[in-house]
Each structure stands twice: as structure tokens, then as C-alpha cells.
Design a protein around this ligand. Structure first.
Ligand code: SF4
Ligand code: SF4
Ligand code: SF4
Ligand code: FES
Length: 945
């Protein structure tokens, strides 16, 4: 059997707590009541043969290979569909069973190609294993009867193929697509001999509803559904468990290796965030790590108009240190700073903020959370006392009413979306608050009870109106509030929320959502036994982002929905380690663990450990850095794994700031957009080359393990360490594990965390310390971290960005499933077959009014700038609203976004821009300039050997 195959217990675990005693082949066993005999046997080390059963889906009982005998019962029941009963005596190996199983296998094999030796699944095929297990030696019927051996191969999906000739019609794939993924893309069509798996009526996989999550491939026991990487490279010989480097779900994967080459990523069953599921990005889109665009040598240049010059590490690091020191000498200590990356490990992030606070001697450090979830930190900390979500993902399985606000989980957090959909199929009600009709509003077997399709920028009035109905109709949980919350704040909040402007009728006028719809949604949530709120960047990236986060916390507290399973306020974090980057002290006003830099006690602790004096004044946030750069006061930046030139709003302003600096250092895998303004390029490592930890949206600290050595020759934390040393600060770690040890020593919420501990327990959710040695899945159980929950008045202050006759439409932005963030990784994979360019979604009425046709180019103009992109006419957006993504640098979506930002945190208002659209025949001026700059960027001088 394949060495990397994960153990399959045959059927899902029984949730029952009661234990029952049984006997299997004469030996006693104790299992959970309701466990299938197949699983009970496997848990006890007895592998009953099976084909149609697998532990990720419900048993089906079609192959008849898992038959057993039960004392006192007639016949041979299928063990996968028969639950154990106390005292049951089961026999799994008898002469009669052997004969029956051999007969079954004989039929399967008579219609199966006998090309095992050359088959891609050779050694990893359950059919092959079962033929061996039942002792099949010959097929009496011969191989010449009617069969499917010439059936065609569907190779349309870029990552896996479907070879019908090898299909045994066990329907594991169909059930995986239905039950695990929830897409319902596959069916078994035809009957009897003619039955076959189909991805749609006369459709191949690529054109079907399939979202390429890989669940069917994982479930398939034969070579029918096989990864193309396995077809090309053969079976793996070892595997390393690590964590996906895309989104904040933080799925665990087995990186399956052949020598030092990754041949497959399979979702890890024991991964506590994903339970063996995956999405197209983590499962298949890892080829970017070895893409030809990857930069492998450090490069420097005196001026951005010069070509890049490849140099050795030592020279690049010394050059950087010299330039940074020269800037500080001329412009002062605070004239330089750094940005940490949410894609890097905690250990890599921690050393960058430490470099800024020690070697640079200031607090000018910020992170990309500034442009995504900084309002989450502010809002949840203010109301509840912790800058993080309250629940584990599994908590959703106990929710009765789920509210999704400003998030598109099926695109942005697909594995969690599958779990959420599973709960909705079980009966939970769903309320979606989003300007667009996102996938969750309506999909197979899913129908949101309410879709509040508000106008962009009106989240706060909507949440206030929901609270208004709940309070005015007596649906608030007064007893909970009395016991758990600050009553003075409750009274003043209540008075505010009951004001007429917060009534659904008034809010309907600003939000465009029918008052009755708001009332109905509020009643549904207010009456829920367990109501859970999930939200994303559609909440935070507004000028009222922090207000809205507090509005949701108010709503959850008022209804008693915090502090147990099935409830809570849960940010769906965008990038893989955005939670960790915030936890690690990446903000200019906080040290690790969210402790304010002005706190003397905390500062002293770090000062003693680091041997420096720490500036008690907060440093610059990213937008302050850009403003100061434009003013000629901020001159140097060390940017770890972030592409600010593409991702940050108001591109013209960002480009002006970057152009005005004397030394920009970019540490990344690729020459990204920011690197066009850089003087030093330090090649980074992919997640496959790192040792460390990521923290997902549920505060789960997951291990990231090196499966290969850094391809550019140096660990990323070591690059930062050597830069600190070259600048005169003696940073001195021997390993990433040593960095985590220091984090744990200096951060109370991480006190018990170490690589050894994580390797032992798998993963843990912070706080993890002496009070909670095995971590804290659910926060605020008996009381809020801040003591009493604080209600904060959430008055609606509309954004300054307004529509008018010149810019009558509202642009909002978001993501697509197959691409990720600025696309640096996914654009360098076959994911482009699904979404190769950013499209502008336009409602048919807006399109018609302007003579815009589907698929044609349109100019999108705002007060800030203009770009051209292709139109997609759709009713997913309502009239007056247009929508696009920002995955492709050549589109330049942020050329049009504005400088408006959240009042508390400066998180940019990406979600609301007043725009106009018109048919276009050419690219915009900025886009034409982009092409010229891209050509320039490619100029690299390499030393002659
Ligand atoms: S494709 Fe695989 S999983 Fe699906 S029915 Fe065929 S053999 Fe079973
Ligand atoms: S890859 Fe996922 S979505 Fe596509 S058919 Fe398989 S299980 Fe369904
Ligand atoms: S859901 Fe997120 S973490 Fe999981 S595989 Fe997909 S991108 Fe990776
Ligand atoms: S494994 Fe039980 S009937 Fe197929």
C-alpha cells in the first residue's frame, strides 16, 4: 500500500458519547454507540475489505465487499451500513465471507483494465489492494464481455483527470461532492451496466459546476479520478504535514514528496480546521513555488531606472544596511520603517518588527492587516477585550441562525463555506447581508432565508436597524446583558438604538433594503437559540469599519450570543497568517500580544530581553508612511512579502510615495509591482521551504514544516537577522523554534506554545498558557476578557465618498475562488483557466443605459483615476452598483479607489467608490504606463562567470 495514504476508518465517527461493548472475531472491543461495524472493526485493528465506503462520507452499501456475519442474525449484512449494538458478536473472516467477497471482486475486475503496472495509481489503488485482500487470483468470466475499457478520458480539468474506464461506480466521488464540498456537481447517470459518473449533461469537468476542490479525487478508490501531477511524476515516497499558505482557514495538508519534489498536496484528515477537506488553491495551486518567474538571487540597484544587478547575499545585506543607516543619519531615526507580511510565518514576522524596534530604533512597523482587518482588532478589543474571533470553525455546526455579513465564504474561505453549507443543509437558517448575490444566497440545496442586498457603505445603519427591532420588540436577552455586560453602556446604547433614525423604515431609505426584510431578519436572529455572526472585509474596509465591528459585537451581546458553541462574532481572516501577523506586534502602537507600546511594564520586559531602549511613542501606520514619504520625511522601507503598489488604495498616491523614497527593500518570491520602485530585492521562500507557524481565523496556531530547503539559499528569518546584525543590532537566533520560544516567553497568551508542544498536540488555539494549557477554542465563556462586555454607540456617519451626476454608480470590490489576493501566487498556476482577468460586474439596466455589452471593454472612472476592463453583465449586482476584483496588476483596480479610510484604524475604504462607466476602445493611460514599466522591470544584469 502507498506509504503516504492516510488511514481510512471506513465510515464517519459516531457523535454519540455512550460506549458499547462488542466482540469482533472473538476479541472484545469498546466503541461509541452508533459506530458502523466496519469502523468499529477498523478502530480495533481489523480491516474488513471495503470499496464503496470511506470515512469522509456517509455509507452507501453498494459494493457488498464489507459483508460480515453476526451471531444470531441471518445472512451477511454490509458492515458499513450496520451500526454496532451492545453485546454484538461479529465475525469478519469465514469461508463463506471469503467466497462472497471474491465473487464481488471478480465482477469488478472483469470490467477493469488490467494495466496495473503502468497505471498512475499503482500502489495507491484500493481496488488493487482489495483484489489482494480477498485473494482473487483469476476471473472466471474472462475479459472479453461487454465492458467500459475503451471509455474516454476527460482531461479538461487542469489538475486532475477522469478516466471512466477505471470507474467502479462506487459513488464515493458523488457523495464527497455532495456531503463534503456541497457543490452537487456530480451525478450517476444511467442504470445498471450503463451507469456512469457524470459532471453534467454532456459537459466535461471544466465546463461543469465543479469548483475543483479535489474532494472527489481524494475519495476515489481507483485511478479514475487522479491528480495529473501523479500521472506525470508517479507516486510519492514520503509526506510532511504542513499548513496551506493561502487563506485564513488554515487547512492542514500532507505535502507528498518524491525525493525533494512535491508531487501532491492532500488535505490532512487530522487537520482541525479542515478535517480532510480542501479548496482548489491549497490542493492544487502550489506550482507557483517553482515557477520560472521566481527570483533566486539577491539584487540591488542604485536607482530604480538602473537595471537590477545580481549579487551575493552578503553584499545585498550590507548594501541595504549601509543605505538605511545613511538615510537615518541624514533624515533622522524615524525616517525608515518596515512592513511585515501576513503570508509569512509568525517567526518571520516577529523578527521584522523586532528589527524595526531594535536596529532601526523606532516603531514604524505596520502590516497588511492595516488594509483588511485592523477594524476587527479595534472593534472586538474595545467591546469584548480581545482582538480576535470568538469561536472555532466547528462551532458553526451548533448554530441555528447564521448571519454572513460582507463576506463571500465560498470564494474567500471555501473550506469553511462547505462546513457552513453542511449546517444549513441540516436546517440552520441563513441571513446574508451583502450588496451582491453571493454564492451562499442560492446554490444547490441552500437558500438564504433573507438576503439584505444593501447599498455599499450602509452596513452600520443595517446593523443598527437589526438591533432596533430586537430591542424594541423585546427580543434582547436582558438576563445575559445584566449578568455579563456593562450596564451603563447598555442603557446609553439602547437609547441610541431606539432612536427613530435607526428604525427599519428610516434605514430602508439609506440602505435600499426593504424595511420588512430587515424586520424579518432581525426577528429570525433575535429568536435564534444560537445565533452566529461571520463577517469579512465587506465589513472592515469602510470608513465606518470599526463602528460596524462594534455594531455586530453589540448585537451579539444584546442577544446573548457570545460565550458558547454555535454563537459568536467571527472575522473571516483573509490571508493565511493575518491573525498571527497582528498577534506578533506588527502594529506601530503594540508589542506582541496587543500590549500598547506606551505601557512601561511591558516595554521594560522587552527592553530587558532585547537589550535596547524602545521608543514609547507609536510609529507610522502604512498610510502615514506614504504621506510622510510624499512630504520627503520618510525615506526607506523594508517590505516583507507584501505588494503595496498593487494592494493598497489610490495607486497614484502610493506610487508617488514609493518614488519619493531613497531605499525600498522588497523581500518576496517574485518581482512584484512594488519592486518596480525598489533598490534591493531579497528573494524569499515559499511555504514549502519554511519552518514555523501560521495562525488562522480561529486563533489556531498551526505548524508549517519545511518539506525542502530554501531554494534561494537562506531562511527568511535569517535574512532579517543578518540585516539587523549588519545594522549593528545583535539578533541571534539559531532556528525558527528559538524565535517561537522567545515569543512564548514574552507574550502571556502564547506562554505554553513551542514547536515541540505543537508537534505533540497538532495545533492549539490561543490563549494557551497555564490557565488554558490546551488552548482556548471558545472565548469569553464565563466573562468577557475585558470583564464586562462594553456596548458602544454606533452612530452612522456616512462616508465622504458620494455619488453625483458625474460618478453615479458605486464600485465595490471582492475576490473570486480561483484567484488569491494580488494574484502573485495563483496567477502563476493553472487557476488562470477559471479567471484570467479582472471583470467588472454591471447590472443589465446600468449596462443598457450606457450601451455596454457583455464581454466588451468598459472604462471605469472615479475621482482618483481610470482603468479599462471587460464587462460582465449580471443581476448578481443591483442597479447602481458595480463590482470587480483586484487580482491582476495590469488591471489596476486600486487606481480608482480612494484615500478614505476607517476613522479608527485607517483601514482603507476599498468597498465604496463613486464611479462612472462607459464603453471603451483602449486601455487607460495608467494601464499603458504599466506595460512600459513591466518591460523596464525585467532588466537584470547578471555577473559573467
Ligand atoms: S470515479 Fe472513482 S469514486 Fe467515483 S464512482 Fe468511479 S471509482 Fe467510484
Ligand atoms: S472537484 Fe470538488 S466540486 Fe469538483 S466534482 Fe470533485 S468534489 Fe465536486
Ligand atoms: S480554504 Fe483556504 S486554507 Fe484551505 S485549502 Fe483553501 S485556500 Fe488553503
Ligand atoms: S464498503 Fe460496505 S457495501 Fe461497500
Amino acid at each position: 500500500m502507498n506509504k503516504t495514504r492516510q488511514r481510512d476508518l471506513g465510515t464517519p465517527a459516531s457523535p454519540a458519547e455512550e460506549r458499547v461493548q462488542i466482540e469482533i472475531d472473538g476479541l472484545p472491543a469498546t466503541v461509541n454507540a452508533g459506530t458502523s461495524i466496519l469502523r468499529a472493526a477498523r478502530e480495533s485493528g481489523v480491516d474488513i475489505p471495503k470499496l464503496c465506503a470511506t470515512d469522509s462520507v456517509k455509507p452507501f452499501g453498494s459494493c457488498r465487499l464489507c459483508l460480515v456475519e453476526i451471531e444470531g442474525r441471518k445472512g451477511y449484512p454490509a458492515s458499513c451500513t450496520t451500526p454496532v449494538e451492545a453485546g454484538m458478536k461479529i465475525r469478519t473472516q469465514t469461508e463463506a465471507l471469503s467466497t462472497l467477497r471474491r465473487n464481488v471482486m471478480e465482477l469488478y475486475i472483469s470490467d477493469h483494465p488490467l494495466d496495473c503496472l503502468t497505471c498512475a495509481a499503482n500502489g495507491d489503488c484500493e481496488l488493487q489492494d482489495m483484489a489482494g485482500a480477498v485473494g482473487l487470483r483469476d476471473v472466471r468470466y474472462g475479459y472479453d464481455g461487454e465492458n467500459h475499457l475503451d471509455a474516454p478520458v476527460d482531461a479538461s480539468n487542469p489538475y486532475f483527470q477522469f478516466d471512466t474506464s477505471k470507474c467502479i461506480v462506487c459513488s464515493r466521488c458523488v457523495r464527497a461532492c455532495d456531503e463534503v464540498q456541497g457543490t452537487f456537481a456530480l451525478t450517476i447517470e444511467g442504470r445498471g451496466f450503463n451507469s456512469r459518473v457524470s459532471a453534467g449533461i454532456s459537459e466535461d469537468f471544466l465546463d461543469s459546476e465543479c469548483v475543483s476542490c479535489g474532494a472527489c479525487v481524494q475519495a476515489c478508490p481507483t485511478a479514475t479520478l487522479t491528480e495529473k501531477s501523479i500521472v506525470d511524476h508517479g507516486q510519492p515516497d514520503h509526506a510532511v504535514v504542513t499548513t496551506c499558505a493561502y487563506c485564513g482557514v488554515g487547512c492542514s495538508f500532507q505535502a507528498e514528496m518524491k525525493g525533494d519534489q512535491v508531487v501532491r498536496m492532500t488535505p490532512y484528515k487530522d487537520g482541525e480546521a479542515n478535517h480532510g477537506h480542501s479548496c482548489v488553491k491549497g490542493r492544487f495551486a502550489w506550482g507557483y513555488a517553482s515557477h520560472r518567474d521566481r527570483v533566486m538571487k539577491p539584487m540591488i540597484r542604485d536607482n530604480t531606472s538602473d537595471p537590477w544587478r545580481e549579487v551575493e547575499w552578503e553584499e545585498a545585506i550590507q548594501y541595504t544596511a549601509d543605505r538605511f543607516k545613511a538615510i537615518q543619519e541624514e533624515y533622522g531615526r524615524k525616517s525608515i520603517g518596515g512592513i511585515t507580511s501576513s503570508r509569512c510565518t509568525n517567526e518571520e514576522v516577529y523578527v521584522v518588527q523586532k528589527l524595526v524596534r531594535t536596529a532601526m530604533g523606532n516603531n514604524n512597523v505596520d502590516t497588511c492587516a492595516r488594509v483588511c482587518h485592523s477594524p476587527t482588532g479595534y472593534g472586538l478589543n474595545t467591546t469584548l477585550g480581545t482582538s480576535a474571533g470568538t469561536q472555532p470553525f466547528d462551532s458553526v455546526m451548533d448554530a441555528d441562525v447564521i448571519v454572513v455579513i460582507g463576506a463571500n465564504p465560498t470564494a474567500g474561505h471555501p473550506v469553511f463555506a462547505s462546513q457552513m453549507k453542511q449546517r444549513v443543509r441540516e436546517g440552520a437558517e441563513l441571513i446574508v447581508v451583502d450588496p451582491r448575490e453571493i454564492g451562499l444566497v442560492r446554490s444547490p440545496h441552500i437558500e438564504a432565508a433573507h438576503h439584505l442586498n444593501l447599498l455599499p457603505g450602509t452596513n452600520v445603519p443595517i446593523v443598527n436597524a437589526l438591533a432596533h427591532v430586537i430591542v424594541s420588540e423585546g427580543l434582547a436577552d436582558e438576563a445575559y446583558v445584566k449578568e455579563r455586560c456593562d450596564l451603563e453602556s447598555w442603557e446609553s446604547w439602547k437609547a441610541m438604538i431606539l432612536r427613530p433614525e435607526n428604525s427599519p423604515e428610516e434605514v430602508a431609505k439609506v440602505s435600499g433594503v426593504d424595511a420588512e426584510k430587515i424586520r424579518a431578519a432581525a426577528r429570525l436572529f433575535g429568536n435564534a437559540r444560537n445565533g452566529a455572526i461571520y463577517y469579512g472585509l465587506g465589513v472592515t474596509e469602510h470608513s465606518q469599519g470599526s463602528t460596524m465591528v462594534m455594531g455586530m459585537a453589540n448585537l451579539a451581546m444584546a442577544t446573548g450570543n457570545i460565550g458558547r458553541s454555535g454563537v459568536g462574532v467571527n472575522p473571516l481572516r483573509g490571508q493565511n497568517n493575518v491573525q498571527g501577523a497582528c498577534d506578533m506586534g506588527s502594529f506601530p502602537h503594540e508589542l506582541a500580544g496587543y500590549r500598547h507600546i506606551s505601557g512601561e511594564e511591558v516595554r521594560t520586559q522587552f527592553e530587558q530581553h532585547w537589550g535596547v531602549t524602545i521608543d514609547p511613542e507609536p510609529g507610522f501606520r502604512i498610510p502615514n508612511m506614504f504621506d510622510a514619504a510624499c512630504a520627503g520625511e520618510f525615506k526607506g522601507m523594508y517590505i516583507q512579502g507584501e505588494d503595496v503598489a498593487q494592494s493598497d488604495p489610490d495607486t497614484h498616491h502610493v506610487e508617488a510615495a514609493l518614488s519619493n523614497m531613497d531605499c525600498i527593500v522588497v523581500q518576496d518570491l517574485f518581482l512584484n509591482e512594488t519592486a518596480k520602485f525598489a533598490h534591493v530585492f531579497l528573494p524569499g521562500t515559499s511555504f514549502l521551504e519554511k519552518n514555523g507557524t501560521f495562525i488562522n481565523a480561529e486563533r489556531r496556531i498551526n505548524r508549517v514544516r519545511k518539506v525542502m530547503e530554501p531554494q534561494q539559499g537562506k531562511d527568511e528569518w535569517l535574512i532579517t537577522q543578518e540585516l539587523a546584525q549588519a545594522m549593528g543590532y545583535n539578533m541571534n537566533y539559531a532556528s525558527a523554534a528559538g524565535i517561537m520560544d522567545e515569543i512564548a516567553e514574552l507574550t502571556p497568551t502564547f506562554k505554553n506554545v513551542s514547536f515541540d508542544f505543537l508537534d505533540k498536540v497538532g495545533s492549539v488555539q490561543w490563549p494557551c498558557n497555564d490557565d488554558a494549557p490546551m488552548g482556548t477554542p471558545i472565548m469569553h465563556i464565563d466573562q468577557f476578557v475585558r470583564g464586562k462586555g462594553l456596548f458602544v454607540e454606533t452612530e452612522y456617519v456616512p462616508t465622504e465618498e458620494r455619488t453625483n451626476r458625474k460618478f453615479p454608480l458605486l464600485l465595490t470590490t471582492g475576490r473570486i475562488l480561483s484567484q488569491y489576493n494580488v494574484g502573485a501566487q495563483t496567477r502563476r498556476t493553472d487557476n488562470n483557466v477559471w479567471y484570467g482577468e479582472d471583470l467588472l460586474e454591471v447590472h443589465p439596466s446600468d449596462a443598457e443605459m450606457r450601451g455596454i455589452r457583455d464581454g466588451e471593454m468598459v472604462a471605469l472612472a472615479s475621482r482618483k483615476g481610470d482603468i479599462t476592463l471587460r464587462a460582465k453583465i449580471t443581476t448578481r449586482v443591483k442597479p447602481g452598483v458595480v463590482y470587480t476584483t483586484f487580482h491582476n496588476p495590469e488591471t489596476g483596480a486600486n487606481v480608482v479607489t480612494t484615500e478614505y479610510a476607517d476613522w479608527a484604524t485607517d483601514c482603507p475604504e476599498y468597498k465604496v467608490t463613486a464611479v462612472q462607466i462607459a464603453p471603451a476602445s483602449r486601455r487607460s493611460e495608467w494601464q499603458e504606463g504599466f506595460d512600459a514599466r513591466a518591460k523596464e522591470q525585467g532588466r537584470i544584469e547578471r555577473p559573467v562567470d
